[in-house]
Design a protein. Sequence first.
Length: 95
Amino acid sequence: MSIVPSILFLIGLAGLILNRRNLISLLLALELMLLAANLNFIFISIAQFNPTGQLFALLILTVAAAESAIGLGILIVLFRLKQDVSFEKFAYLRG
């Protein structure tokens, strides 16, 4: 039952590690990892007959939605400024 979330998490992790150029793909890989964690919470919750895991999955979904909205908003602003979404162009944002 938890093989599918593990595979999804590894695909998301590989997306984060291997693709450091495009910010949109980094956000997608992060979302894939969060959804894999949600599936694990739901599967364990169903196996143990405990709704707590499903509540945690709902909480993670709301945090992931907020993270996506804020990340894409920042990405749109940076694209309007630099006309590019590659990760190397935004090194000037580091403090």
